[in-house]
Design a protein around this ligand. Structure first.
Ligand code: F6R
Length: 250
C-alpha cells in the first residue's frame, strides 16, 4: 500500500488524475473502473482539462462503473449513468458503447448482476479501479455485512449512506433504498487500485479501513490485501493516520 498525501482537494485530484493519465498513456486500451460521488469530480475535471489540451486520448479506453441506484433510469439526473455522462464521458473522446454502468431499471435484477459480471469478465477484468470511500466503509456500494459479497449484487443501502447521499436529492425520501454494485471480487481482481479521499469526515473511516482489522464490517478494509493499492488523500482525511502511523505516509 502506498499512501500519497496532498495539501488540499485540488492537489489530491491532480495527483490521482496523474496516475490515471499514466495508465491511459502507457496502455491506451485500458479497462478503467470508475466511481461516482463528490470525491472523484476533481479527478474527472483534471482529466478533461488534459484531454482538451491534447495530452490524453480515451478513444480505445473501456470503462466499467462500480454501481447504480435501483429504480433510476440513465437520464435521471441523480443516476450514476447521468453523472458519468455529464461529468466525464461527454467531455472526452471515449466511445459511449465502451462505457458500462449497471442498469438500474432492470426488471430482473439478478440477471442484470450476472450480465454485469460477464461484461467485466469479457473485458478481461479491470486494469485500474478508481475508488471513493463511504462513511460506512463501503466501496462501490458494498456495505458492511457478515461476509464480503464477491459478485455484482443488489444491496440495501445503510441509512448512513442514504443520509450522506441525500445532499444530491431534494428530499431524503427520494434517495433510492437499493443499488446494484460491483462485488468485492472484481474490485480485488483489478490490477491496480486507486483510492481517493478528502475531508476530515473521512479521517476515521480511512484510518480504520487501512489500519484496522480486515473485516466485512468495514468493507474497504479488504483493500489492505491488494498488492497494488495507492491511496491519494488530502491532509484532512489523513489526519488520524498521520497522528497514529506517520511513517505510513509517503
Ligand atoms: C460511488 C461509490 C461510493 C462512493 C462513496 C463516497 O460510485 O463507489 O462508494 O465512492 O459513497 O462518496 P463521496 O465521494 O460522495 O463521499
Amino acid at each position: 500500500m502506498k499512501i500519497i498525501s496532498a495539501p488540499d482537494y485540488q492537489s489530491m485530484s491532480r495527483k490521482a488524475a496523474n496516475i490515471i493519465s499514466a495508465q491511459v498513456i502507457l496502455f491506451p486500451d485500458s479497462v478503467l473502473g470508475l466511481a461516482t460521488g463528490s470525491t472523484p469530480l476533481g479527478v474527472y475535471q483534471q482529466l478533461i482539462d488534459w484531454y482538451k489540451k491534447g495530452d490524453l486520448d480515451f478513444s480505445k479506453v473501456r470503462s466499467v462503473n462500480l454501481d447504480e441506484y435501483c429504480g433510476l433510469a440513465g437520464d435521471h439526473e441523480q443516476s450514476y449513468r447521468y453523472y458519468m455522462n455529464t461529468n466525464f464521458f461527454k467531455h472526452i473522446n471515449i466511445s459511449m458503447e465502451n462505457t458500462y454502468v449497471p442498469n438500474g431499471m432492470a426488471q430482473d435484477v439478478d440477471a442484470e448482476c450476472r450480465r454485469y459480471d460477464k461484461i467485466i469478465n469479457d473485458l478481461g477484468g479491470i486494469d485500474l479501479q478508481l475508488l471513493g470511500i463511504g462513511h460506512t466503509g463501503h466501496i462501490g456500494f458494498n456495505e458492511p455485512d457478515e461476509d464480503f459479497d464477491k459478485m455484482t449484487h443488489c444491496v440495501k443501502l445503510k441509512q448512513k449512506t442514504i443520509d450522506a447521499n441525500s445532499r444530491f436529492f431534494e428530499r431524503v425520501d427520494q434517495v433510492p433504498k437499493y443499488a446494484i454494485t460491483m462485488g468485492i471480487k472484481a474490485i480485488m481482481q483489478a490490477k491496480k487500485l486507486l483510492l481517493v479521499a478528502n475531508g476530515e469526515n473521512k479521517a476515521d473511516i480511512l484510518c480504520r479501513s487501512l489500519f484496522g482489522p480486515v473485516t466485512p464490517k468495514v468493507p474497504a478494509s479488504i483493500l489492505q490485501l491488494h498488492n497494488d493499492l495507492t491511496v491519494v488523500a488530502d491532509e484532512a482525511a489523513l489526519s488520524l493516520i498521520r497522528s497514529k502511523y506517520p511513517e505510513a505516509i509517503g
